[in-house]
Design a protein around this ligand. Structure first.
Ligand SMILES: Cc1cc2nc3c(=O)[nH]c(=O)nc-3n(C[C@H](O)[C@H](O)[C@H](O)COP(=O)(O)OP(=O)(O)OC[C@H]3O[C@@H](n4cnc5c(N)ncnc54)[C@H](O)[C@@H]3O)c2cc1C
Length: 485
């Protein structure tokens, strides 16, 4: 089968490797010069910094998939980060989050002694929910499997999917600070804790159970490894090649148009962010979607070292609920936003010239391109001033270069409404309600990526590629069986 994959994000690349292994002749079309999509490096004068993903979650899921596509695991060097990160509150206090349960309990005993027992209950309850949620939702596609089985409905009730992440966390902890500390992780997938269904409580739990990791050389090194394998395996990669049309007759697509040239294929897989990429498909009924939050990103090249001992850390702004309401309801930049700082040069010397380093700051903002770029610049300046007080008083003198990326840039990169994470993780855009791997009425157009089930985040998108490859292999077997009848 000749297969065209439209988009060279992590979902497209992993799908290409699976399908080549299944005997397909695969071509990946990528509109940009570089591959990886959101999982890319910003490279500048000998510095390189991850542009998007920085926190490696679910390392075993990643490794299992790499094993299946025959990527030698020696090529990826994962380092566990524990303590995982401090959370700095605006009143000057800090809570350290540890994956190590004993250390986390010690930390809670110091600051929240009355909440320790509840933390133990939380871990116990979540352990069971995680394994049920993983097999019910992450390891299944809902094209052929019926979602509304008795078993799944029971799992949804056990996961308290009708609640929000915040409501679930509120039932365990009384301190607002702890409630923030165990619910802010919905921001990793672009949702507000008070709007995101409790199935996503698996994210904060997973940090404790499986740890958070750093990939030496930067997360986007994973793309370099995959691309070098793809070249060895003769998978064609067409860069600077934006697909602008897919042609179909009745229920079958037969060609695509790239750089003005028509090319014929037997199968088409969309990896561009689905609510945007679907425009290539002439489908009459188009569902309305809600976008995830956007991200204001500040990339920094710095001289010398920043005075911090952490690779990852969070700085809280005004009350989290208000900040979230600003972003998700009023669609405004919060006055005092929360933000995340990534400083990989603390443990990785390969990212910058000697004596220098890189850092990145992510500020969750609305996916609202009606906000002027200048307003984002003002917000970035405000954040750097805040970092001067809370992270490193000399940061301004250490900055050698700075680049800012706003939802306007994300929209230009074909991300839905300039959101950073694809479809928002709402109840009606999750599980069976999220676009599935065969989301159109055509027989040979498929989809993979953050806006497709099982959802966003590098390991989850890789898992989506695995589900797609498994589905296509079953579909191929069915066709062969019917031909031999
Ligand atoms: C700022 C930020 C921080 C993040 N942090 C984390 C994190 O810490 N941990 C984590 O696990 N995840 C994180 N994520 C999420 C993660 O990056 C994504 O879920 C994942 O990389 C999405 O992969 P994808 O396969 O959907 O493809 P994408 O990355 O969306 O790539 C799609 C590709 O398709 C190309 N394309 C689109 N349309 C066309 C066309 N018509 N023709 C040809 N090519 C086309 C695009 O150029 C792009 O290269 C973060 C994301 C962002 C933006």
């Amino acid at each position: 089968m000749e297969t065209a994959i439209i988009g060279g994000g992590i979902g497209g690349l992993v799908t290409a490797l699976y399908l080549q292994q299944q005997g397909d002749i695969v071509t990946v079309y990528e509109r940009k010069e570089k591959l990886g999509g959101r999982l890319s490096f910003l490279q500048k004068d000998g510095y390189k910094v991850d542009e998007g993903p920085t926190i490696v979650l679910l390392p075993d899921m990643i490794k299992d998939i790499l094993k299946e596509i025959n990527i030698p695991l020696e090529k990826i060097n994962l380092v566990k980060i524990d303590p995982m990160y401090p959370i700095h509150y605006r009143d000057g206090t800090t809570l350290m989050k540890w994956s190590n349960v004993k250390k986390q309990i010690e930390e809670l005993e110091r600051f929240f002694p009355n909440e320790v027992e509840q933390f133990k209950v939380y871990l116990q309850n979540m352990e069971e929910r995680f394994s049920k949620g993983k097999s019910a939702f992450l390891e299944k596609s809902f094209v052929e499997d019926s979602f509304w089985t008795k078993e799944n409905v029971k799992t949804l009730i056990q996961l308290k999917a009708y609640q929000t992440v915040r409501a679930q966390v509120n039932a365990y902890f009384t301190s607002e600070k702890l409630r923030d500390a165990f619910s802010l992780q919905t921001l990793y997938i672009g949702g507000a804790p008070q709007q995101t269904p409790a199935i996503y409580s698996l994210v904060p739990y997973s940090e404790h159970a499986h740890g958070i990791w750093y990939l030496n050389g930067g997360y986007a090194t994973l793309v370099e490894i995959l691309v070098s394998e793809m070249k060895k395996r003769n998978i064609k990669i067409e860069r600077n090649s934006e697909v602008t049309e897919i042609n179909a007759h009745e229920k079958n697509a037969y060609s695509l148009v790239v750089n003005g040239v028509e090319k014929k294929y037997g199968r088409f897989i969309l990896n561009g962010d689905l609510p945007v990429a679907r425009k290539l498909v002439k489908e009459k009924k188009q569902r309305k979607y809600v976008s995830s939050s956007g991200a204001l990103l500040i990339y920094l090249g710095v001289k010398g070292k920043l005075t911090t001992g952490h690779v990852h850390q969070f700085f809280m702004g005004d009350a989290l609920k208000n900040v979230m309401d600003n972003i998700f309801i009023q669609k405004q930049i919060p006055t005092n936003p929360a933000y995340y700082v990534f400083y990989p040069s603390l443990i990785d010397e390969t990212l910058a010239p000697e004596g220098h380093g890189v850092a990145y700051v992510l500020v969750p903002v609305p996916a609202n391109v009606n906000i002027n770029r200048e307003d984002y610049e003002v917000c970035a300046q405000h954040i750097l001033k805040d970092m001067e007080k809370r992270l490193d008083e000399n940061i301004m003198n250490k900055i050698v270069w700075k680049e800012i990326r706003t939802p306007h840039d994300a929209k230009q990169d074909r991300l839905f409404e300039g959101g950073a994470f694809g479809l928002a993780p709402t109840l009606f855009q999750s599980g069976v309600f999220r676009p599935q791997l065969k989301p159109f009425s055509y027989d040979n157009i498929y989809a993979v990526g953050a806006s497709v089930h099982p959802g966003g985040g590098v390991p989850i998108v890789m898992q989506g590629a695995k589900l797609l490859a498994e589905y296509l292999s079953r579909e191929k077997r069915e066709v062969l069986k019917n031909e031999h009848k």
